[in-house]
Design a protein around this ligand. Structure first.
Ligand code: NAI
Ligand code: NA
Length: 397
């Protein structure tokens, strides 16, 4: 079928298989151009492997370190006349390229929060890899059904305590408005968000993997967090999602205890703000990202997911010094948080309006990245051609 983008707000309802493949190939080329990662991972499990930071982690491990990878995610294949999700097509392309390169790659599609998918993953590791030496935890989800209690939790994106008013942009139209968000009314909103995006499920994964004997000696595990500038604190770091990130970060100590007898180590890496399916859903953040892109591109220090993850692997996780901050976290948001960068973004933030946004921000770059997530707006792809919506992920039958 011919597949064009169809958007509803910050959601794109269609994805383009060949465009997603192009996206994956570009990321692979980037990783290869950086050369092999010294003492990198060899057998890797990526939970949340189909888009964003998780996909970039998988690509960095495979093409930067010849790693065998198992990817877990929640995506939909296409059916006749109806395209699947971008993460499905990304994975199809990833597996094709990995196989061509002689690299093991298999994938599991299902709810990573469930015991059943954990069990399936462990069986696959036992059958094909024996053990894994790196576990990347990169889930981003609005809901989680708790595997022990069956309770279904939904996260919320709200400030805590005070009403929050700030600028936001509709990135399709470039219209800048003030958005006003009420704080949470109930403690349960905070608790639910922690239940979805906090550290419990990461801990459950590591407990189960350990109990099954599939973690190699010296195993590493990493999960991703965000801090960002003060202007987004009320909606991010000091909001409900920030409480979940605090919980995720606190889980590092628990997991380090679990991994002690495996000589293993766990990390949280604080990553840069980037356009992904998850971040486009957060109010205020897309406007911040548009200004940030402008400033970082002008300074020649802009990075996308793949640049971030390649650097995380080569210069932090597998370097002699992971360069932890005072809270024990890896910081690949170091360039975003540079004082000169933040000062310029803050200045632009005060100035930005509907009238000047196209010139003082990189809204165009934001939009392009957004459409690229779904395989659109790649040069060299003819979007008027028939496209194969039935593209399969080789290892999932
Ligand atoms: P994303 O939306 O691109 O990726 C989410 C992944 O989780 C996908 O592979 C999806 O299939 C998978 N997933 C979601 N629910 C699932 C379920 N129930 N079972 C199995 N798989 C499921 O998100 P992104 O942005 O890459 O986020 C990954 C992590 O990075 C999150 O912890 C996020 O908070 C963090 N992060 C994101 C930043 C950003 O600006 N995008 C910045 C810093 C950290
Ligand atoms: Na991800």
């Amino acid at each position: 079928m011919i597949i064009q983008p169809r958007t509803r707000g910050f959601i794109c309802l269609t994805s383009h298989p060949e465009g997603c493949a192009e996206n994956v190939k570009k990321q692979i080329e980037y990783v290869k151009s950086k050369g092999q990662i010294n003492n990198g991972p060899k057998k890797v499990l990526v939970i949340g492997a189909s888009t964003g930071f998780g996909l970039a982690s998988r690509i960095s491990a495979a093409f930067g370190s010849d790693a065998a990878t198992i990817g877990v995610f929640f995506e939909k294949p296409g059916t006749a006349g109806r395209p699947g999700t971008a993460g499905w097509y990304n994975t199809a392309a990833f597996e094709t390229e990995a196989t061509k390169a002689g690299l093991y790659a298999k994938s599991i599609n299902g709810d990573a929060f469930s015991d059943e998918i954990k069990k399936q993953t462990i069986e696959l590791i036992k059958q094909d890899l024996g053990q894994v030496d790196l576990v990347v935890y990169s889930l981003a989800s609005p809901r989680r059904t708790h595997p022990k209690t069956g309770v279904a939790y939904a996260s919320v994106l709200k400030p805590i305590g005070e009403h929050f008013t700030n600028k936001t942009v509709d990135f399709h139209t470039g219209v800048v408005t003030n958005i006003s968000i009420d704080p949470v009314k109930e403690q349960s909103d905070i608790d639910n968000t922690i239940a979805v995006m906090g550290g419990e499920d990461w801990k459950f994964w590591i407990e189960d993997l350990k109990a099954a004997g599939v973690l190699a000696d010296g195993v590493k595990t990493v999960a991703y967090s965000y801090i960002g500038p003060e202007l987004t604190y009320p909606i991010y770091r000091n909001g409900t999602i920030g409480m979940a990130k605090n919980d995720l970060e606190a889980t590092v100590a628990t997991i380090n205890d679990l991994l002690k007898d495996k000589n293993g180590v766990s990390y949280v890496s604080v990553n840069k703000a980037l356009v992904t399916q998850s971040s486009s859903a957060i109010p205020v953040v897309p406007l911040y990202i548009s200004l940030l892109y402008k400033v970082m591109k002008e300074k020649g220090i802009h990075e996308g997911c793949i640049e971030q993850m390649q650097r995380l692997f080569a210069e932090r996780l597998y370097a002699t010094d992971a360069q932890l901050d005072s809270e024990g976290r890896i910081r690949v948001d170091d360039l975003e948080m540079r004082e000169d960068v933040q000062a310029e973004v803050a200045k632009l933030w005060a100035e930005v309006t509907t009238e000047n946004i196209e010139s003082i921000s990189d809204l165009a770059g934001y939009r392009k990245d957004f459409f690229n997530l779904f395989g659109f707006e790649f040069e060299g792809i003819d979007y008027n051609q028939e496209s194969d919506e039935l593209t399969q992920v080789e290892s999932i039958k």
